[in-house]
Design a protein around this ligand. Structure first.
Ligand code: SAH
Length: 347
């Protein structure tokens, strides 16, 4: 019997060590180069907003193939060469296989397993589909008590749980409690036909807390793009994809990528607890459109043969349209207290 987060951590470590994840799923930077380009422009504006620190860390968490950062750096060097000179590239990546791929495209980077070993100082951090890969715990409400979900023989089993005293907070809108297990079975959390399930991403909350503290000590901003609801909600969001198709997440660990929805409200609350200011979550479609996704795509398409140009325009639509990736995916920014709202989040 293994706690779900330990099962998920083990399964994903094995999966990323042995598979090309981009065979099983695709991500925004792999869909269009414009995604990384406009995030590069976003980072350049943020650098101006925090008064052009030199040196400054440019960090990406979970860079995959290195595509987003390669596209971002191309734009940075063109539109903000001074930022290009000032930045020091640091990548958070645990998979040796993906580190090797990243090194081919980003030879000047320094790699880390986590935030702890990053040098001190101002930073701009980007992360796309990083938090969804971090291991979650799940709890099921049975009458008056919460039971934790464990995995045994490819199936869920329920066991007793000990509340985690290390949690900074588990918060939905208007909820401020120390632990999901003390959460009242309020609207959506009880009384239905099926027992409510609460999810808890402890590594994500720890990252929010560490970044929040860091942004309070040094100027900077961190941008997270990922999928999940705007408000904390009950439900089992664990999923596995193989060849683009959903498969049983508990069967055959290490053969598929396991992800879960990001609880943006809890993540943002943990960052605010540590002193950061948060903006969003905002639907990815609105965020990217405000940053000029379609203008930039239009320019690119004019330089391409007609069929490629049409494909570029459709790729941009895929990222932005509400029934594709535009609504479920969200953008959330963590910023230093006192700094202006970053691009895309202004009211
Ligand atoms: N951002 C990329 C890749 C997303 S896949 C893209 O948009 O295409 C998730 C990435 O996070 C992979 O690079 C994976 O190896 C990395 N990753 C997963 N768990 C991690 C952890 N605990 N610490 C650092 N990187 C991790």
């Amino acid at each position: 019997m293994e706690r779900l987060d330990r099962f998920m951590a083990r399964a994903n470590a094995a999966y990323y060590a042995t598979h090309d994840p981009f065979h099983d799923f695709t991500t925004s930077p792999e869909i269009t180069q414009v995604f990384g380009e406009i995030l590069g422009a976003w980072a350049a504006v943020v650098w101006e907003q925090i008064r052009r620190p030199d040196p400054v860390l440019l960090v990406e968490a979970g860079p995959g193939r290195g595509t987003l950062m390669a596209d971002a750096l191309r734009t940075i060097r063109r539109v903000a060469p001074a930022f290009g000179e000032a930045l020091r590239l640091h990548l958070l990546e645990t998979s040796p296989r993906l580190r090797a791929l990243q090194a081919e495209r980003l030879p000047d980077a320094t790699w880390h397993d986590g935030l702890e070993t990053l040098p001190d100082g101002p930073l701009v951090l980007l992360a796309n589909e990083f938090l969804d890969a971090l291991p979650i715990r799940q709890f099921v409400r049975r009458g008056a008590e919460w039971r934790e979900r464990f995995v045994e023989g490819g199936k869920f089993v329920e066991g007793g749980c000990t509340p985690s005293p290390t949690l900074p907070r588990f918060a939905g809108e208007g909820v401020s409690v120390r632990d999901p297990l003390s959460r009242e079975a309020g609207e959506g959390w009880g009384g239905g036909a099926t027992a409510p399930i609460a999810e808890l991403n402890e590594p994500a909350l720890a990252i929010a807390h560490t970044l929040g503290a860091r942004l309070t000590a040094h100027p900077g901003a961190a941008l997270f793009l990922d999928y999940g609801p705007e408000h904390s909600a009950p439900g089992d969001s664990l999923q596995a994809l193989r060849d683009g198709q959903p498969v049983d997440p508990l069967a055959d660990p290490g053969s598929a990528d396991l992800t879960a929805h990001v609880d943006f409200a809890a993540f943002a609350a943990a960052a605010r607890d540590a002193g950061a200011v948060t903006h969003g979550p905002l639907a990815q479609g609105i965020f990217l459109t405000r940053l000029g996704l379609f203008q930039r795509t239009d320019k690119l398409a004019r330089t391409q043969p007609p069929a490629r140009g049409m494909a570029s325009i459709d790729a941009a639509r895929r990222l932005a349209e509400p029934d594709r990736m535009g609504r479920l995916f969200k953008a959330l920014a963590l910023c230093s207290p006192g700094s202006p709202a970053p691009p895309g989040f202004e009211h």
